[in-house]
Write a protein that binds this ligand. Sequence first.
Ligand code: DLL
Length: 434
Amino acid sequence: MERYYQQEIECASLDKIREIQSEKLVSQVRRVWDNVPYYRKKMEAKGVTPDDIKSVDDLHKLPFLSKSDLRDAYPYGLLGKPLKECVRIQSTSGTTGKRVVAFYTQHDIDLWEDCCARAIVAAGGTDEDVVQVSYGYGLFTGGPGLNGGSHKVGCLTIPTSSGNTDRQIMFINDLSTTILCCTPSYAAYLAERMKEMGLGPDEIPLKAGIFGAEAWTQEMRKSIEETLGIKAYDIYGLTELSGPGVAFECSAQSGMHINEDHFIPEIIDPETEEVLPIGEQGELVFTAIDKEAFPMLRYRTRDICRLSREKCPCGRTHIKMGKPMGRSDDMLIIRGVNVFPSQIETVLINNGYAANYLIVVDRVNNTDTFDVQVEMTPEMFTDNVGEIEARQKKLEQGLIAMLGIKAKVSLVAPKSIARSEGKAVRVIDKRKLI
Ligand code: DLL
């Protein structure tokens, strides 16, 4: 039987959802106009006032916000409430330029944690469960968000944060953790360690995982599910909009329901900024309709995906987003061809490798070089040069079939590529390091 954290709203009719969205949007736009001079100026520049926004149908009239606006307005320029009413900040893990600093009132924290609670219940969580939160705690939103959601559901919460892998496994076993929350790359690492320790899927108490914060493939999902003996659910979110829980997967495991009573999604063409019909692939844009402290209107996420209104067997009515292929910023253009790391991951896992790889791109004599280092699994490890060359060639052929361009594959020894405890770093683009 499907369980819900807030059934009435999670399963509301489309008419009801539209009604809620319209009502919240109208008052949010008014609030922002009155309190956020930065955005008001953008509205004025586009010739739009709050009187023009009467329902969700008018959303397209509003100007977009992008990461560069967040940089320009750093740190307080987009505050929707006096600082005195804010109770928390969180921040992105950005390594270049200014980080995004997002503010929260208590109301914002509550709605964020409700979203995470919905995700935990959708993954089968109840107050009988033991939830181990192995996302980082601190400025990163993963730990605090899932921690709050887990409390709301009444689960016993283990705030391990990320890292210290053997201790993570000790807690999983000693305290019979049933739900693990971490990045998919860390889940894969934990799975690898448990396998090495001789723990089979039947001996591991886990039943589910809630994995997100980075792009991961269906192939990776299958591999983690098999090794840990669990169901692995995707969860999506970003600091600017609160954190994890903007969207989450249900028992159908076929896309993530966007919490539409809080976030209105649109898909746009990233070049022309034209709004695309549901079903088409493009850049995801969100309007947060009841966040107070950091009220993002038409925020361009740079994440590329599709939306779907198909009826979901779980009974939830909120629109679903497909797996983001990665950020448009993560997309590599190599010899003119668009390449997402997730495409490479698919080829590797389909050929029996784990997702331990590193893509190195450089430019030599005006031509892009494209090298992929791939770790052999312990089972396939050999020093037979002929065998290694044959394997490399097979992977190169697989990559040509997937991408249309040639990569140079080098197989490396097991454990030689650094494991990730948070978001994995898969790409070194030396062309950008000049
Ligand atoms: O990663 C929030 C989060 C924490 C989500 C824990 C899920 C679980 P940021 O650090 O601001 O926030 O990074 C947000 O990460 O724009 C996507 O590009 C990427 N991302 C997040 N979830 C997914 C996912 C958190 N499930 C950025 N699949 C987003 C693919 C994801 N990419």
